[in-house]
Design a protein. Structure first.
Length: 278
């Protein structure tokens, strides 16, 4: 297999860290970005010739542009950009603070868009490239208590639905990665929690808050297997627009899509009746 050059954001833990490790093991080259460079010191020492670690806060759009430009300049050619940086925010929409809302959108939406926008001119110049955007089953379904997280993922999915049509003629392809709950740090003590309001403590999602915040929370998804499929998707052409990972993702997304189609069909007559008569 021919080696590839990768640019990956959010590599200190979770999917980004695992992907970086697996790619280096198989002989690929990785530009790995994260907020704290020392989180990859051990890997850097082992793969100093093929791992380039760069500090990056994806909410700093100017910095994103500089880091992406420098990565393409250093390697000459980057095959795959993986926009992985992001996190979850839990809280009823009335509970989350204005600052928490801004941080969630700035990281998960604007940060992801900034990374892709910075890469596009380089991909066009080199005649193509592949983008893997970490979304979530939460970009197709919604749970109470995760309204702002869902807002960020539904937003990025709409962005990519449009983007892939704009850049197809340049040989640029993209895949939205939609994992279910996985055994990463995402929901095992690392999720940002809003300050609870008394009015919401008797509602069903209050129990979910306790589960997600607890270190013993063990989802069904195997992150190693998920990362394997993410990497393998780059060999598929044309690129799949979406990659669902996890039995929970498949089941819940299937149920949600079927229900939405059912509701749409029930409104067909109303929809048609509102067309202009001439």
């Amino acid at each position: 297999m021919m080696s590839r050059n990768w640019f990956i954001t959010g590599t200190s833990s979770g999917f980004g860290r695992i992907m970086t490790e697996r790619l280096l093991e198989r002989g690929d080259t990785v530009v790995a970005t994260l907020r704290r460079r020392d989180a990859l010191d051990a890997l850097q020492a082992r793969y100093s010739d093929r791992l380039h670690v760069v500090a990056l806060d994806v909410t700093d759009t100017q910095m994103v542009r500089q880091v992406v430009d420098q990565a393409f300049a250093r390697l000459g050619h980057i095959d795959v950009v993986v926009s992985n940086a992001g996190y979850g925010l839990f809280g009823a929409v009335e509970e989350v603070s204005d600052a928490q809302i801004r941080d969630q959108i700035n990281t998960n939406v604007i940060g992801s868009i900034a990374v892709v926008r910075a890469a596009l001119p380089h991909f066009r110049a080199q005649g193509g490239g592949r983008i893997l955007q970490l979304s979530s089953m939460g970009g197709q379904i919604a749970f109470p208590g995760l309204g702002l997280y869902h807002a960020s993922k539904w937003a990025i999915e709409g962005f990519f639905e449009s983007l892939v049509q704009e850049v197809a003629s340049f040989g640029i392809e993209a895949t939205l990665i939609e994992p279910g709950a996985a055994r990463t740090q995402f929901g095992r003590g690392s999720m940002v929690m809003s300050d609870p309001l008394e009015a919401y403590q008797t509602l069903p999602f209050s129990a979910r808050r306790e589960v997600l915040a607890h270190e013993s929370y063990t989802p069904i998804g195997d992150p190693e297997k998920m990362v394997h499929e993410m990497i393998a998707s780059v060999d598929v052409s044309p690129a799949p627009l979406r990659l669902a990972l996890g039995s929970d993702a498949y089941r819940l997304m299937h149920e949600a899509l079927a229900k939405r189609l059912e509701l749409l069909e029930a409104q067909k007559d109303i929809a048609v009746s509102t067309d202009a008569s001439s």
